[in-house]
Design a protein around this ligand. Structure first.
Ligand SMILES: C[S@@+](CC[C@H](N)C(=O)[O-])C[C@H]1O[C@@H](n2cnc3c(N)ncnc32)[C@H](O)[C@@H]1O
Length: 274
């Protein structure tokens, strides 16, 4: 789920929030969002990308603190052919196009989401460079691309053995793969997060956060790999939006410490073929 979608997402989720009684022993309020994430995406209104958001990603001042900005800074797409795997409503697909991608293949298995993506590309004036493709990645004939973006998609796709071989077939020699995924290294940390009182995004049936073994499997498809971790405290920004920049900066300090990646809630995996 992308940052600018979060407010919409939380609004959409409100009727589904189940307020559980706090456990008597801890007094901690536990809030769970029960919601089908795809249904929320299908319900979301498609609007032209605002000037604020365009400027935010063009200027990209906060690339150290946020996953998408980090991706746009470190995996430039200017003049490149890109696959946006699991494009959802197409926010990233159109952003890649207005950041200068030559062609964006926006692929998703859900037809209604591709309608949203096509509509968004039109509203954003980039429909000549965004091609929607409906299907499971496993069933679609690959087009050669320089960059594959998988933003919050792999955790829907277990077992990963079903998709990784199909995905890497899209990459040109020298191409780059980037995935941004919810991550859990230590189950105890995850349990603490889930009773911390911060609303968390729902996982649908069959979804789970990636663990260290999953990361190793994804990386095994590439000659060179890099990992970057985010979101230790910044999750609390959902409770205190005004303090979000502070939490994001604290996260960078924490994540510079040895072994602190074990506390991260989001992993970025970059793979290169050479
Ligand atoms: C959480 S959404 C992420 C959407 C978008 N990348 C974003 O960040 O807003 C995951 C998307 O992956 C799509 N998806 C899951 N498995 C897929 C597969 N095997 N082939 C194509 N799309 C898939 C789903 O339909 C869904 O739209």
């Amino acid at each position: 789920m992308q940052t600018e979608s979060l407010q919409t997402f939380v609004q959409a989720a409100k009727p589904h929030i189940a307020h559980k009684s706090p456990p008597r022993s801890s007094g901690i309020i536990q809030i769970k969002m029960k919601l089908d994430a795809t249904a929320a995406q299908l319900d979301a209104e498609v609007v032209r990308t605002s000037e604020d958001i365009r400027r935010r990603y063009r200027e990209n001042k906060n690339w150290r603190y946020h996953t998408k900005e980090w991706m746009y800074k470190n995996i430039p797409v200017q003049g490149k052919d890109v696959l946006d795997f699991g494009c959802g409503t197409g926010e990233i697909a159109t952003q890649l196009a207005f950041l200068g991608a030559n062609r964006v293949y926006a692929l998703d298995v859900t037809p209604g989401l591709l309608d949203s993506t096509g509509r968004r590309a039109e509203l954003d004036g980039v429909s000549d460079r965004v091609e929607t493709i409906c299907g499971m990645i496993q069933d679609v004939e690959p087009r050669p691309v320089d960059v594959i973006v998988a933003f919050a998609v792999l955790h829907h796709c277990f077992p990963l053995e079903n998709i990784m071989p199909s995905l890497v077939r899209w990459l040109k020699p020298g191409g780059v793969f980037v995935a941004v995924e919810p991550f859990v290294a230590v189950e105890t940390v995850e349990r603490l997060r889930n009773v911390s009182g911060v609303p968390y995004e729902p996982l649908d049936e069959g979804e789970r956060k990636l663990n260290s073994a999953d990361l190793r499997y994804v990386k095994s498809h590439f000659a060179k790999t890099e990992e970057k971790y985010f979101r230790v405290l910044s999750r609390f920004g959902r409770l205190m939006p005004a303090a979000d920049p502070l939490f994001s900066r604290l996260d960078r300090l924490i994540l510079a410490l040895p072994f602190a990646s074990k506390l991260a809630g989001t992993a970025v995996i970059v793979g290169r073929q050479s």
